[in-house]
Each structure stands twice: as structure tokens, then as C-alpha cells.
Ligand binder design. Sequence first.
Ligand code: ATP
Length: 407
Amino acid sequence: MLLGLDDTDSPDGMCTTYLGALIADELDRMGYTVSSCRLVRLNPNVVWKTRGNAAVCIGIVGGDPETVLKIACGFVDRFAEFSCEKTNPGVVVVESAPDPAYYFQALQRFCTIQETVSRLDTIHALYKGYKNGRGLIGALAAVSSVLPDKTYECLAYRKAEVLGTPRIFEDEGFFISEEKTAPHTWDTVDFIRRAIVCVPHGKDPVLYGIRGESPAWVQEAAGYLKTEEPAFSRIWETNQGTDAHLLPLPKEGPAEGESYRFSGIVASAPKTNRGGHVQFTISHVGGYISVFAFEPTKYFRNAVRELACGDQITVCGSFQKGVLHLEKFRPEELAGQKIRVSPKCPVCGGRMTSAGKDKGYKCRECSARVREVPDLSRTLQMKWYEVPPGSRRHLAKPAVRMRDQDN
Ligand code: ATP
């Protein structure tokens, strides 16, 4: 039997994985056999999401579906953030996995509440939708999910009495954890910015989430951390870090809210707009698409700025509000031009500007000066360039996981 759950949280608290973990623990205690705990991320472009568009599926061996629905609904009644307008929980119980086509639709495209309810009735699922019932979409997608590629996340949750207070932890443990277990784990820290990225900042109950290739690796990585004592933790199998959201670009061009991987030619050189967003145009078989590396993607923009007209590249990203939000790119063939970007500062790595005719360059960040005109030939290699861990979408496959067949 599979139990699906979604849409229980709000920006002010809760998290559907937390509720799922509580239910799994309760089922364990009651003598049920919990055979799997799965966390799926669905279309990252839906407007209804609170944070990462997560839904959960708990696999249970044996037992009575009516009782499981009742237990799960008891937890939703008690914990869901009903006061939030955007919180519309859904609980689904099925005796066997439904057609995965619905999962792929929720992952890569859009679903309606009406079609979901009609599917639930057709497959004779037990279900309960609260308020407008939107959570039934994620709950049905979770029980319908198949993971041809999967990763794991060890999520540790905070004790009830500390919720809403700052999380207590030592930075060092996270860096040690990354050093000891990367590339088998990823997105624990951003080494370049010396930042911890696996600890959320909000009022939700997650203490940290360690992502990796197997339950053993995420468990080992969590063992290096020094934090406040978690209430409990659970290892979830997930579709995170698998690029499962990406579709090939259709001939007729991109559709709003879908995510793609495709190859094209850089048709207009990157420009940095006000606000620090870097924009260029890519041409593909069907036309032109405006591509953005937004300011929060920080040093990723330096690689994007090195692109030049005529470069052939493969890009991955989501099409939202008429532009492609770049997640990563890989140069296939460089056009051979030199670029017109200012050089990098040898002291702090920031961008330098000309200090005047024959006066070399001055750093905009730390004011360091260099006399000699640096070599502006391009440093781009034929490899994946990706946004920093802190700006990565949950579904985006990190470069460390890109294998030959992905190239
Ligand atoms: P939570 O931790 O509660 O799951 P979240 O950030 O994952 O938070 P939700 O609060 O679940 O986001 O909100 C997402 C809502 O969008 C859910 O009701 C879900 O059923 C719905 N949804 C998910 N994918 C799609 C889709 N492809 N089309 C339409 N609705 C979707």
C-alpha cells in the first residue's frame, strides 16, 4: 500500500516531509512495516508551491488502507497550517502504484484538481482533500512516482520546543562532512563562498538535509555534524539531483512553466543588466530564446559572461515569464573569439575595470591594481558550469553526478 501526502505547510512553519516522517514513525510504532519513504519534487515552476514543491510517499507492507488513511488524516488535522490560504492538504492511499504518467505530468507539466479527483475515483483510491484539495495533485503524483535515477537525503528535524528559534550548529562540522564525503554527497556547503547551504533559515522544522548517492553516504556525512540535538531524522529516497524535470525542447518552442535541456548557438553576447542579472540570446531550431543567469547565481555569472556569439552550447533551465532561467550549461564548441569582459582580480577574484589608458586595471571590489594587461583569452572548458549549491533547484542534477551518458 502507498500513502501520499502533500501541501501541509506554510511559509510560517511545518514541512510535508516532517509530517510524513511523523506518520512513518507512528506506523512503525503501531507495528506496520514501513518499506519506503520517498520524497518527490514536482514541477518547480508551479505558483502554488510554498518552497520546493515537495510531496511524500510512504510504502507500507500489509495493513488496512482505511486505517492508514485515518491515521494520516489525524496527523494532518493536528499539524497542517490550515490558516494559510495556500495550504490545501491532500492525502491519498492506494493498494498498488497507479500509472506513472500522472507523476511525469505533475513533474514536468501542470495538473488540475478536477482531473486529479476524477483519476482518484477511476483508480478507486482512498483520499481526503482539505480546503480546495490542491494537495491531492502532489499526493497522487507521489504514489504514482517511479525513480529511474534516484538520490537520498538525510533530513534531521528540530525538537518542537525550539521551533522558530535560531538553529544551533558549528560551521566546521559541515565543512568536514563535505571534505570527507564529497563527491558522494553534495550541496552541504558552498566551498567557494564558505557558506553552509544545507541548513534552512525559516521557521520550518528541518534542522538540516544532507544529500548524497546512497543511504550509507548521507548517514556518514551526517555523522560529522555538530548541531543542536535533532528530535529525529529520516533518510528519504528522492528524485532530487536527477534532472527529472527536464524535457527536450519542442520544435514549436518553449511553453511557460516547463523546463528543458537543449543545444543551441549563442546569438547575442551576454550583457549584465541592472541588478546584476546576466542575459544572452540563444538560437535553436525553432527560433530565439532569451536566457538569464540571475544575480543570486553569483559566481556562475562569470562563466556565463565568457560566452560569445557563435558558441554552441547545451543549456538546462526553466522557461518562466518568457525567459529561460539557466540552471547549467556546457560549451560544445567555442566560436574562437576573444571576449570583452574585464579580467578577474588576482587578489580577491572580483571583476576589474580599466584604471585608465596604459594604467592597467583596478579591482572594483578590493581596489587591488595590476599593471600588465591580462590575457583575455577564454577559460571556458567543455564541461558543465552550474549555479552555486545555494541557488540550485532541488531537481537539478549537480555536475558531480553528470556522467558520460549525460554529455
Ligand atoms: P510542502 O512542504 O507543503 O509540500 P511545497 O513547497 O512543497 O510545500 P506545497 O505547499 O506542497 O509546496 O504547494 C504546492 C502545491 O502545488 C500542492 O498543492 C501540489 O499538489 C500542487 N502541485 C504540485 N505540482 C503541480 C503541478 N504540476 N500542477 C499543478 N499543481 C501542482
